[in-house]
Design a protein around this ligand. Structure first.
Ligand code: ZN
Length: 219
């Protein structure tokens, strides 16, 4: 097929064939004939030693993620690291990205105190909450991805990238926590969910902590 011959002619053979960067690049070569702005439709005809195999039904989701990475001015890929600069100019990285990744760790990388304009945006989105003012250590690294196994992991990656592009969306997740106190040992902490409940001090949501229930510590 002439179109495929032209795609192969555009390939940069200096890239690492095992990297995610190569996958993005190859998909871009195979979809370069499409008008700018059109969704990508062509799954590259790469050989089996290339980065990962994707079921037919999951390919459209991956093509949309690859296109987002290739075309968005605030997203870049180098080897298998995807970096995203948010609407507020903070650059964050996803490491070891490949087609079998379902969950990604995103470091929020923000001072304990959330900047005031962002607190105002969060208050407007969710209603005022004391949890919007800061990001505690427990929420500094978010685990984002797809809950539903039937969803293409590519679509999951797209949603993670969209959250990383928009500081308010990312901070919405990082500030969704509550103040909690163990009903047995009375130790206080912050726990994910229940946005802003359990404030002020003395009003913490009661729970049973891991050491009091004797559960093994998990990450
Ligand atoms: Zn306890």
């Amino acid at each position: 097929m002439k179109q495929n011959d032209e795609a192969w002619e555009a390939v940069n053979w200096d890239l690492d064939f095992g990297s995610f960067e190569w996958m993005v690049h190859l998909a871009a070569c195979f979809n370069r004939h499409l008008p700018a702005g059109a969704p990508w439709t062509e799954w590259p005809g790469w050989s089996t030693d290339m980065p990962g195999w994707v079921q037919d039904k999951n390919r459209p989701g991956w093509l949309s993620a690859l296109r987002l990475i290739h075309t968005h001015p605030r997203i870049a890929v180098k080897k298998s690291v995807v970096s995203v600069t948010s609407s507020h100019g903070i650059t964050r990285e996803l490491e070891d990205v490949d087609v079998s990744s379902r969950w990604w760790h995103v470091n929020v990388n923000i001072d304990w105190n959330v900047p005031r304009p962002l607190v105002a945006a969060l208050d407007e989105l969710h209603g005022p909450s004391p949890s919007h003012a800061f990001v505690p250590g427990q929420m500094e690294q978010l685990c984002l991805g797809v809950d539903d196994d039937s969803v293409s992991y590519g679509l999951g990656l797209s949603s993670v990238l969209q959250a990383m592009l928009d500081e308010v969306v990312l901070l919405s997740q990082a500030t969704n926590f509550h103040a909690a106190k163990c009903r047995f040992c009375h130790e206080t902490t912050y726990r994910e969910g229940l946005r802003g409940q359990g404030f002020p001090p003395g009003k913490e949501v009661l729970f049973a902590c891991g050491s009091c229930t004797g559960e093994p510590l998990t990450n």
